[in-house]
Design a protein around this ligand. Structure first.
Ligand code: NAD
Length: 326
């Protein structure tokens, strides 16, 4: 990273990934503007950053164009993370997911273009691969979306592409694959599997696996995702912009292996956890059986070198949950 200091707008900055990005780039001495409406994010994720003069919180909504305009004044870069995540949430309420993930995205992209932002980097998603069965997933081969959420994330890529071609704003989409790590919310109906399982084990409750546990995912530790955002911001290569990159570790693990590893790891803190039984339930609508990223494009063009495997990341995450949520 160059020594220059930038003004970076981070939407969804009170959420899991966004708050980690705020913390990291603030620590590097950049000026951060965080836009969040706390729909799924939490004040406690950013409370410790509020006294820093380089940190500004705008409590606002990406569905409101004026809030978006306010957030990008003078910004060099935008790291757009705000969205309603979760496939089941989008199946339960596709209209709100579309309002936030599509209209909100377009508002941010348009406000960024108007404000002369250098580069708009956004959270895309592995769900865009949809029903494509080919493994590993390469950026150029996608299938048909399997959920309203997947549609919203694919539409983001289409808008980013058109905006870069039509208006010349640089865009980079990072297709995140099952991100996990510190500050990911373990609570609520739409919690992600890793923090949900950790929390259940800590309470000696049985976690429920949807299906037989043989579905696999490319679980990606948060620090690898931070590295990708930084590389996307700083890359000077022309082929790095106006495109999308898989953001993953590049290995896949079944749900059964994941849960066994978590149970073993948590049992070192509390031996009773080893006795908790796992329950198996039906498969979930909109879930793809297997997911594995090719990270060749990110390695070749951005120089990406993920530092945390699933196990290394899980060790960090479990320790963090134990210290912060027990
Ligand atoms: P999160 O729910 O923790 O963070 C999202 C943040 O956006 C929250 O702070 C929320 O309050 C905010 N937000 C939601 N609606 C808003 C609105 N209308 N206006 C302003 N702020 C709003 O989720 P996350 O896991 O940190 O996800 C961040 C991004 O990464 C999302 O775009 C998500 O779709 C994408 N993504 C995440 C994963 C993953 O595994 N976590 C995988 C693929 C893509």
């Amino acid at each position: 990273m160059q020594s220059s200091k930038f003004k970076i707008t981070i939407t969804g900055g009170a959420g899991f990934i966004g708050s980690n990005l705020c913390e990291y780039f603030l620590e590097k001495g950049h000026e951060i503007v965080c836009l969040d409406n706390f729909a799924t994010g939490h004040r406690h994720n950013i409370e410790h950053l509020l006294p820093n003069n380089n940190f500004t919180l705008i409590e606002g909504d990406i569905r409101n164009y004026t809030d978006c305009q306010k957030a990008v004044i003078g910004a060099d870069y935008v790291l757009h993370q705000a969205a309603l995540g979760s496939v089941p949430r989008s199946i339960a309420d596709p209209i709100t997911s579309n309002d936030v993930n599509v209209s909100g995205f377009l508002n941010m992209l348009s406000a960024s273009k108007e404000a002369g932002v250098k580069r708009f980097i956004y959270a895309a998603s592995s769900s865009t691969y949809g029903d494509s069965e080919s493994l590993p997933k390469v950026e150029e081969v996608i299938g048909k979306p399997l959920s309203p959420y997947a549609i919203t994330k694919y539409v983001n890529e289409l808008y980013a592409d058109i905006f870069s071609k039509t208006y010349g704003i640089e865009t980079i989409g990072l297709r995140y694959f099952n991100v996990f790590g510190r500050k990911q919310d373990p609570n609520g109906a739409y919690a992600a599997v890793i923090p949900k399982f950790v929390m259940q084990f800590m309470k000696h409750e049985s976690p429920v696996i949807n299906g037989d546990g043989n579905y696999s995912r490319d679980f990606t530790y948060i620090d690898n995702v931070i590295q990708m955002n930084e590389l996307a911001m700083t890359s000077q290569k022309t082929e790095a912009v106006n495109t999308v990159f898989n953001t993953a570790y590049g290995d896949r693990t079944t749900l059964n292996d994941l849960i066994q590893y978590l149970q073993k790891s948590l049992a070192t803190f509390d031996p009773k956890i080893a006795e908790v039984k796992i329950i198996y339930g039906p498969n979930r609508a909109g879930d793809i059986p297997h997911s594995l990223a090719s990270i060749d494009k990110a390695k070749e063009i951005l120089g990406y070198n993920p530092k945390f495997s699933l196990q290394q990341g899980l060790n960090e995450a479990v320790k963090w949950y134990w210290e912060n949520l027990k």
